[in-house]
Design a protein around this ligand. Structure first.
Ligand code: PRE
Length: 296
């Protein structure tokens, strides 16, 4: 079986293996979004300074940033961020308590990190979109109970639950997007001579054209729509999907929203990471080394 375990894989740069991980991460991302969609938008948790309790403890960021800092502090101690496919959202994290694993050297040393963009599009675009249904349901309940005030409708008070799932979604998207580095390394290793001229004379458009595979993207979006539509349904105790349970606003997740998330953010950002990685792929190499690579 193709795995995500770098310590076990014979050929970590096989494009088939890397793509199989991207496919599996689709499931993780869809399920995490379904979990997040259970709760209202809760915009307060993304705004710095809206929790005086955090300020009192000397923390200046938002509620979500506090969650990220605390969770990543713990995970850093368990050496999560020494793995080549894990990237933290916060900095100044503690050292691991265990000695490092000696991962095989797969990626060329680089400092490409797309997490600031991921955090920004997730909080500004994704959360409001996928929580719309929970927010509307809350509005109905509050109106029926005579509670008015539009901003109240977005807030169900589940700040801990919402932020816990936010961290999971962010980590899954981050892993997915940064897998772009492995895709790039695999494509580069396959034919360095195709890439080298556009790295030496930096040309983003040419590099992007080289890594873009429209048929792979199309298949991905079709598969994703089917998966999201399946998981959006309810299932009877015997495991049969309940007909129509994903219609008339009852779907567990906004299927179009999931597809748009991939089409407009996740795939473009993965490609950006791929190109950024390539642009630094020859950093620190001598002319002789580059000449040698160009022959391949
Ligand atoms: O599978 C690849 O070849 C990738 O580069 C990954 C990916 C994606 O984000 O899913 C990105 C660019 C390609 O056009 C196709 C798919």
């Amino acid at each position: 079986m193709l795995s995500q375990n770098f310590m076990l894989e014979q050929d970590p740069l096989s494009l088939e293996r890397i793509r199989s991980i991207l496919v599996r991460l689709e499931d993780t991302i869809i399920f995490d979004l379904i979990e997040r969609a259970q709760f209202a938008h809760n915009p307060k948790i993304y705004i710095r300074g809206s929790f005086p309790e955090l300020k009192d403890m000397g923390f200046e960021g938002s509620w979500l940033e506090w969650f990220l800092k605390e969770i990543e502090t713990f995970h850093a101690k368990a050496r999560r961020y020494t793995s080549p496919d894990e990237y933290p959202f916060t900095c100044n994290l503690p050292e691991p308590v265990l000695k490092p694993l000696s991962f095989p050297k797969i990626l060329y040393p680089n400092s490409v990190n797309a997490n600031p963009s991921i955090l920004s599009f997730y909080t500004r675009s994704i959360v409001p979109r996928i929580t719309r249904r929970a927010t509307l349901a809350l509005a109905t309940i509050k109106r029926a109970n005579g509670i008015v005030g539009d901003d109240e409708f977005e807030d169900d008070g589940n700040y801990g639950s919402a932020a816990t799932i936010d961290v999971e979604v962010l980590q899954a998207i981050s892993k997915r997007v940064h897998y772009g580095k492995f895709v790039s390394e695999s494509k580069f290793a396959d034919k360095p001579s195709a890439f080298i001229p556009h790295i030496l004379k930096p040309n983003r458009a040419a590099l992007e054209a080289l890594i873009t595979k429209p048929e792979v993207e199309l298949r991905l979006l079709q598969r994703l729509r089917k998966k999201a539509a399946t998981y959006a349904q309810d299932f009877a105790p015997d495991g049969e999907a309940i007909a129509g349970s994903h219609l008339n606003g009852n779907a567990k997740i906004d299927v179009d929203g999931v597809v748009e998330l991939y089409e407009n953010y996740i795939i473009p950002l993965t490609k950006e990471v791929e190109v950024d990685y390539l642009l630094h792929r020859l950093d620190g190499m001598s002319e002789e080394e580059i000449d040698e690579l160009s022959k391949q």
